[in-house]
Design a protein around this ligand. Structure first.
Ligand code: CP
Ligand code: NVA
Length: 329
């Protein structure tokens, strides 16, 4: 399945369940090779002599550290270009920037604002473009989430024969904003066999297009996707409860209003107990975390896998780069 991947990675909505699973398996293998076998360098150095442009128009900790260190492991050169460094869509069109940059590098990993910026880059780039986050998607994040769930629930389900056996029937509840993270979860998780319960305030609905694709994927995979506005209903029987900041990058001016609009949405032990989540529910969050969306009690508890999830950004970004970037001769 790795050999048939689309040229770019804009969203996992363009990838089949088998392609997603192959990337996650490859990430687990890189993790094992590095952490168990002590491998520090890819023996084939598949990116030797190649440069990957990291175009970041927004801040990043995990995605940047994971990408630069992954390129070192693959034997390539990471060229970090922040928004003060280059003319990405400033002083010249994004289309022109895409054409020029791609004429000099071998791959582009880009964190942008509008979704149309990433699709414009991909359209006019002559090299693969991987989305490092835009306002609608975050594919490398959800790959890391799937690896984390596979690790955590693989141990709890020793009878499972493969990744899909581990995922099937797990109930994932989202309690939070209607943002890039939950859109990407809806793009990837139903087709991988999860049941989803998505809770956002009525003022922040999930867009119709995102729902329509999730519905189609869910019907094919015979799983459910349901929408709620009451967190207590949404977390019923949840295996996994996920949230994210209520104020994404670029929404800082709306902060006061958003803190009011998300009252009652803080993930807490009481919410999980009153709503009737499974006793052994797991907490996930893509990070960076702000205090308001989850209590410290949950965030730093044994049921929280957020730091494993953060580390898994490294292994999944490495897998995505290894699969998509090396020049195919
Ligand atoms: N989860 C995530 O993308 O984190 P960064 O913004 O720090 O890269
Ligand atoms: N929703 C957040 C995710 C950060 C990784 C944002 O877009 O800022």
């Amino acid at each position: 399945a790795l050999k048939t991947l689309p040229r770019h990675m804009i969203s996992l909505s363009d990838y089949s369940a088998e392609q997603i699973a192959a990337l996650v398996e490859s990430a687990a293998e890189f993790k094992r090779k590095t952490k168990v076998e002590g491998q520090t360098f890819h023996p084939d150095a598949p990116l030797r002599g190649q440069t990957v442009a990291l175009l970041f128009s927004k801040r990043s900790t995990r995605t940047r550290v994971a990408s630069e260190s992954s390129i070192a492991y693959l034997g390539g050169h990471a060229m970090f270009l922040g928004k003060e460094d280059i003319q990405l869509g400033v002083n010249e069109s994004l289309r022109d920037s895409a054409q020029v940059i791609s004429s000099m590098v071998d791959g582009i990993f880009a964190r942008v604002g509008a979704h149309s910026d990433i699709t414009t880059l991909a359209e006019h780039s002559t090299v693969p473009v991987i989305n490092a986050l835009c306002d609608e998607n975050h594919p490398t994040q959800i790959l890391a989430d799937l690896l984390t769930i596979w690790e955590v629930y693989g141990e709890r389900r020793p009878e499972a024969r493969n990744m899909f056996d581990v995922f099937r029937g797990l109930r994932v509840a989202w309690v939070g904003d209607a943002n890039n993270i939950v859109y990407e979860m809806l793009a990837a998780m139903p087709k991988c066999g999860f049941d989803m319960r998505v809770c956002t305030p009525a003022k922040y609905p999930i867009p119709e297009g995102v729902r329509a694709q999730a519905k189609g994927d869910a019907e094919k995979a015979e799983v459910s996707v349901e929408y709620f506005t009451d967190p207590l209903e949404a977390v019923r029987d949840a295996d996994i409860i996920v949230t994210d900041t209520w104020v994404s990058m670029g929404q800082e001016a709306e902060k006061a209003q958003r803190l009011r609009d998300f009252q009652g949405y803080q993930v807490s032990r009481e919410m999980a107990e009153q709503g009737g989540a499974k006793k052994d529910w797991t907490f996930m969050h893509c990070l960076p975390r702000k205090p308001e969306e989850v209590t410290d009690e949950v965030f730093y508890s044994d049921r929280s896998v957020v730091f494993q999830e953060a580390e898994n950004r490294k292994w999944t970004i490495l897998a995505a780069f290894a699969a998509l970037l090396p020049k195919k001769n």
